[in-house]
Each structure stands twice: as C-alpha cells, then as structure tokens.
Design a protein around this ligand. Sequence first.
Ligand code: RIB
Length: 314
Amino acid sequence: MSNRPRIAVIGSANVDLTTFADAFPRPGETIFGKSFHLGFGGKGANQAVAARSCGAEVVMVAKVGNDLFGEATVKNFASRGIDTSLVQIVDGVSSGVAPIFVEPNGQNRIIVVKGANDTLSPADVDAAEATLCSVDAVILQFEIPLDTIYHAVHFAKTHNIRCIVNPAPAQQADLVRLQNADYLIPNETEAEAISGVSAKSPDEAKACAAALLQSGFRRVVLTLAERGALLASSEGMELISPFAVQPVDTTGAGDAFIGSFAVFLAEGLPEKSALSRANLYAAISTTRVGTQKSYPSREEFDAAWQRQAVSMSR
Ligand code: RIB
C-alpha cells in the first residue's frame, strides 16, 4: 500500500460549457460571445481532480447519466488515475451540466443542472462503506441531495474519518445535521446563505464565521477570493494571506482550494500551512482557463511554493 493520502469525494460531476463574453445579454437580446470552452467540471469532480493532482489516491463516489457526457466523465476520472469503481452510470436522467459565463475580469456566473448528481443517495454512501473506511478524509459539497450529505457527515463521524463540507452552491441547510463536519468551508455567498449573516466586509466575514461557530461548527474556513481565507475556531480567528495573481478565469478556484487543502492536511502539515498552500494552489488555478484543466500538478505547485518562499525571504 502507498503512503500517499487517501481522499474520498462524495459529490457531483458535471460537464462545463463555458462562454467568455464582454457583456451579458438582456432579456430578449442576442449578443456574440468571444470564445467557448468545453471541459469537465462539477464541484465534487473538481475537488477530486485537485486532490489527485496534488498527489493523493482519490476515490470518487458519484452518479452520471447514461449519455455522452457521463461516459466521457468516467473516462476523464480514469485517465487521471482516480478510482471510478464507485461512479455509477444511471438511466433516465442526464449527466450534470453547467453553462458558465466568464467576464473579462475572470469573474464567473454558473447555472448548474444537477441531473444524475441529484440521484446520489444515502444508500450509495452505505454501499461505499468498505472503501470510505480506508480514507484519510471525505469531502462533500452541495450539488447532491442534502439528505445524502447529512448521512455522509454522520457516517464520517461514526467511522472517525475527517470530514470537510463545502456548502456550495449556496443554499440553506439543517446546520445541526452538518455540525459533525471537521471543517465547514464556504465562500462569502455560501456563508451568508447558510448562516443568515452578511459576510461582505472583513468585519462582517468575522461576524458570520463567529455565527457559524456559535451554531455548532468546530472549524470554519471562510474563503475570501483575492482577500485570502479566514480560519475560525474556538482558538480565535486568523486571516490566511492571499497570493497576488492576475486572474483570467476564477471558475473552480474554490474547488482547487478544498481538494488541495484536504491533501496538505492529510500529509500532516499544520493547519495554517495547509491553508496557505491551498491559497496558492487556488490562486494559480485562476491564471488559466477552465476548472480541472487549470489545476497545477504537484511538481508545478511545489516549484511555485519554493519561488514564493524565496521571494518572501528577500
Ligand atoms: O465550482 C465550479 C463548478 O461549479 C463548475 O465546474 C461547475 O460545474 C459547477 O459545479
């Protein structure tokens, strides 16, 4: 057996249909976009690819449709060395898809059609028990049914497996049934949706993180895009500094952060070092187009980490 970290992602897989445009059409208007990019995405799949690119053994627990996108998605996982034995192809429903629109500054807008992702059930988590019990961490997001997420959090707690919940995309949820997660990692929008507390300004972000701790979460990492990440726990709050880059497409940066963080933590790095590395990993991903395609390999990442360490020491 290898001593690489083992990560399980229970979550979504989509095909991303990304259009780059200078503006967005008004109702009834047709405009020209600048370019188009077809790629593999889905928050779960992206996190799995990020973790794999960082060097972990990764198993994906997911459902895709019995269509061209589903078959291609399974092949994509396999080509990256991700264990697909728990990815099911299901009839009667489309694969998940995500039309994405990216503005010139790299900012994105996404519509997700969940399709087969919405059929991943608590029973599918139970069926994966033998595999899940061998991993260092389980990662969950909100593109599969909430009941499946609640069940998986309970499962991870029962089996003493580190559990990371990324409540994305933003929606309200039963916090009591998520509290046993070791980490809750929302962005500002998701944190607002789940807590009901605004997180727009730095002070608001702290108040929002405090509210999430108050509601029972042990550790919250609020990702703040170009402002870094806020780590909140009973030990206090700390801003994990960002790395300045020129973004071209921020899609999937949050997923890059979460997948890489899970690996760095499972490798035994102290939490703040793991978060800082995840900040850099995510920042690099924004300098390239696409989601999974934008994620650096471990070698690339290690070289970038070294370079920034040298420049900091000057
Ligand atoms: O986080 C980015 C992802 O959100 C995209 O890949 C898209 O599929 C949606 O799930």
